[in-house]
Design a protein around this ligand. Structure first.
Ligand code: NAD
Ligand code: MG
Length: 307
């Protein structure tokens, strides 16, 4: 196994690489990060594509909004979108300011405009004020990535209290409805909506009963919404990641004792890095995927149980 650490990747995503050894098989410490966790404190470091993602102008001039764009998959997508030529707005929670600042500086370093909007997706008014601010600052909206999410592992159903149950559904699926509702009046033909679902939608872990069912709901919502909006020229798709190394996992997304084995049971034998998922969002956002509608693209290192 190579010992290259993810933040020192020297090649970009377009160079021929062995997917088994592109990143090391990580064995994160069995330690819990507080709150929603932070990319800055992640051990080992995740690769958001800072040094590796090379853009080729695939979404030049587009205006994108990514929820949960401060860290993990959303941050890697923000960096990729900016390097592909898009202006990017991200949302995050106030305690994630440090991570959000880093993403803003990377978007700006790519020569694009960045807008960072703190706020809680559980707040019923947030979607409206968010969309107004983004449209005002970026001059419109072409790409909506519903990505912010909550995942808290519990040993059994009895351990999932009402607070966790309601917050998980609120953040993962209800907020998605609200944000699409607020964004729709601004979306023109050619616009795209991309929802982040999960391998958990098909292959639910006994420790993630609430989370996995929100992800199945997201798949269903994606297919139905895609049917509804396709005639208007707006495409809706979803991305279903498998085990990706992000702050979500050590901040309660996995049982702490499971962290050292994270991603080992995939066909590639390792966890994925956020930048490996970002390229799929770029594809779905770009007109090169114009005939891909209502699809869920799996990015999971190889799983025999996903459709
Ligand atoms: P992450 O922690 O980096 O990103 C999730 C983001 O959600 C956080 O940064 C936070 O800003 C946001 N968020 C959480 N609660 C919020 C709230 N109440 N209000 C506003 N924002 C809130 O982790 P990630 O793994 O990149 O997660 C991104 C998406 O990917 C999530 O929808 C997650 O379910 C999904 N996903 C992740 C994996 C994985 O293995 N990491 C696998 C499948 C799906
Ligand atoms: Mg975060």
């Amino acid at each position: 196994m190579n010992d290259k650490s993810p933040d020192t990747t020297e090649t970009d995503q377009l160079v021929l690489q062995n997917p088994v050894t592109r990143y090391p098989k990580i064995s994160p410490p069995a330690e819990k990060q507080p709150g929603t966790g932070s990319d800055a404190d992640l051990t080992p470091k995740a690769d958001l594509g800072e040094k590796s993602y090379r853009g080729t102008g695939r979404i030049e001039g587009r205006r994108a909004l990514i929820t949960g764009g401060d860290s993990g998959i959303g941050a890697a997508t923000a960096i990729a979108f900016a390097r592909e030529g898009a202006d990017v707005a991200i949302t995050y929670l106030e305690q994630e300011q440090e991570d959000a600042d880093k993403v803003v500086s990377l978007v700006e370093a790519a020569g694009r405009r960045a807008v960072a909007v703190p706020g809680d997706l559980r707040d019923r008014e947030f979607a409206k004020t968010l969309v107004e601010k983004v449209v005002d600052e970026l001059g419109g909206l072409d790409i909506l990535v519903n990505n912010g999410g909550k995942q808290v592992a519990q040993n059994e159903l009895a351990d999932i209290d009402d607070e966790q149950l309601e917050a998980t559904f609120d953040i993962n699926i209800l907020a998605m409805f609200r944000l699409v509702r607020a964004a729709l009046p601004h979306l023109e033909p050619g616009a795209t909506i991309i929802n982040t679902t999960s391998v958990q939608a098909y292959d639910p872990s006994p420790t993630l009963l609430d989370y996995a069912s929100t992800k199945a709901a997201i798949n269903n919502f994606t297919k139905g919404l895609a049917q509804s909006l396709a005639p208007k020229g707006i495409r809706v798709n979803a991305v279903a990641p498998g085990p990706i190394w992000t702050p979500l996992q050590p901040s309660g997304g996995q049982l702490t004792e499971d962290l050292p084995e994270f991603g080992h049971d995939t066909a590639l034998g390792r966890a994925g890095q956020p930048t490996e998922v970002a390229a799929v969002y770029v594809f779905l956002a770009s007109p090169e995927s114009s005939y891909v509608v209502g699809e869920t693209l799996n990015v999971n290192g190889g799983s025999a149980t996903t459709p």
